[in-house]
Ligand binder design. Structure first.
Ligand SMILES: Cc1cc2nc3c(=O)[nH]c(=O)nc-3n(C[C@H](O)[C@H](O)[C@H](O)COP(=O)(O)OP(=O)(O)OC[C@H]3O[C@@H](n4cnc5c(N)ncnc54)[C@H](O)[C@@H]3O)c2cc1C
Length: 452
């Protein structure tokens, strides 16, 4: 058997990278094994390619504003292969960044499959089938997640998940998106802004069901303005690839509806990637929602940790990375890192974006908290007006004079939520927030009105 590592990480996504970097910085010997692309789902099939695409569609959609600012340009057109090239280039930069981070940190890397044999042994197998047994003090499982399929629906060339749609080489003239939550709405925004006819089919009675109703309503209006057909309270019955199109049959208002399109995209959630045989052989406890862990992210087997999407819950890259830092901290005897699911900010990267941290008004009311809700509008902010940002607002929720939640709908919401995440996670009081001085003129000045 080879040298003994302090930590072997299986999975090179945001979770694996964060733990590797931190543990190596604390002088631990770390090996990370990745079977596919460095950076994981986030870099190759998730956060990064989608945001590269959305930046293209946003620039295109925003061209309409330029005329109002006195800028006349010749008629714009779309070069879809060039958009795809931008996507691929950004993914490449992100993957190279992940590899550089590991190299700079002095982390050993292996490309292939990692299989846990015991709490101190991992078998590594490379693409040629050659394997070796590796010895370690600690193991971190960071296997990630995969798209959740609907029973009775078969994937094909035209019926795709978010993985497959990212390989599309031409812009569909029409697309049915099954699922009106975060990923579905992001793709709906991208395709609609480029001119595809988009139909969303959602079984619940609203889109973005976990977010504030008023914010989701504003987004709904914007999607309708982009000519997206939104069918809520609609139950998919069948989806067939005819070879030249897809045909969907669904139930809406007690009636059967049939819709055809070029492609269908299934955005019906994600599930943890659970290698059940391996987990059962080792006696690691899990449910279908994910691997069970304690507050240090350790499984029921001492020395084996699990983090990120494989643990279920909020499947987000920054949450995965924070969980991973807890593991690295625990192994290195550093308890500075902690994690509270309530304080993980989440973003819908539609246009407008919706970003939230902590309580929504609805959740606070359902829990019977006495709350004060304070709203501040983009329309009262001069930068939002000057830059033609359209409608938007921030909605903050206070309990006992302390901020417990905030949701923003509007441009730049994904960045604007960062200071509020700090405020909510530290439960800052109104008094403390009143001394928060914000530069003028900025969009951030919307926050000066939340404590008056
Ligand atoms: C379309 C889409 C958009 C998204 N957008 C966002 C966003 O904007 N913001 C955000 O925060 N999150 C976003 N996410 C979610 C985000 O991608 C995940 O939460 C994040 O990647 C989880 O990180 P992870 O390290 O747990 O797992 P992953 O990133 O899934 O990485 C797991 C890695 O483990 C490898 N692996 C698995 N088993 C083995 C094995 N046995 N041996 C070796 N390697 C193995 C896999 O190949 C994979 O690379 C998005 C997801 C999707 C699908």
């Amino acid at each position: 058997m080879s040298e003994k590592f302090d930590l072997i990480i299986i999975g090179g996504g945001p979770a694996g990278l964060a733990a590797a970097e931190l543990a190596a910085a604390k002088k631990k010997s770390v090996l990370i094994i990745e079977k596919d692309g460095w950076g994981g789902t986030c870099t190759h099939r998730g956060c990064i390619p989608t945001k590269a695409l959305l930046s293209c569609s946003k620039y295109y959609a925003d061209l309409k504003k330029l005329k109002r600012m006195g800028i006349n340009i010749a008629e714009a057109s779309i070069d879809f292969p060039a958009i795809k090239k931008h996507q691929q280039q950004i993914v490449k930069v992100s993957a190279l960044g992940a590899q550089k981070l590991l190299a700079d940190a002095g982390v050993e890397t292996k490309q292939g499959i990692g299989e846990i044999i015991s709490s101190s042994e991992v078998r590594f197998t490379d693409a040629s089938g050659k394997s070796e047994l590796l010895s370690t003090q600690n193991i971190m499982i960071a296997w990630g997640s995969v798209p959740q399929m609907l029973p009775g629906i078969t994937l094909s060339e035209r019926i795709l998940t978010s993985d497959g749609i990212l390989n599309l080489n031409s812009l569909p003239s029409s697309i049915i998106i099954v699922g009106g939550s975060v990923i579905g709405v992001e793709f709906a925004t991208f395709f609609a802004e480029l001119g595809s006819k988009v139909t969303i089919v959602e079984i619940l009675d609203r889109i973005i069901p976990l977010e504030d109703q008023e914010c989701a309503d504003l987004l709904r209006q914007e999607l309708i303005r982009l000519d997206v057909a939104i069918n809520t309270a609609t139950k998919l019955e069948s989806l067939k690839d005819t070879g030249s199109s897809v045909v969907m049959v669904a139930q809406k208002d007690g009636k059967q509806i049939e819709i055809s399109a070029d492609y269908a995209l299934l955005c019906t959630g994600r599930k943890p990637l659970l290698n059940r045989e391996e987990l059962e052989k080792l006696g690691i406890e899990y449910t279908k929602a994910g691997i069970k862990v304690d507050k240090n992210m350790m499984t029921n087997i001492a020395g084996i940790y699990a983090v990120g999407d494989v643990t279920g819950g909020m499947m987000l890259a920054h949450r995965a990375a924070q969980q991973a830092k807890i593991v690295a901290g625990h192994i290195c005897g550093d308890s500075d890192f902690s994690y509270n699911e309530n304080f993980i900010p989440s973003v819908v990267y539609s246009h407008p974006q919706i970003a939230r941290v902590g309580y929504t008004q609805k959740r606070a009311e359902e829990e019977g908290l006495s709350i004060e809700v304070v709203k501040s509008q983009f329309s009262a902010n001069i930068i939002a007006r000057a830059e033609l940002m359209g409608q938007g607002f921030v909605k903050t929720v206070f309990h006992d004079e302390k901020i417990i939640g905030a949701t923003i709908v509007g441009e730049e919401a994904s960045d604007l939520i960062a200071p509020l995440a700090l405020a909510v996670s530290n439960e800052l009081s109104k008094k403390q927030l009143r001394n928060w001085v914000i530069p003028h003129p900025t969009l951030s000045e919307i926050f000066t009105h939340i404590t008056v």
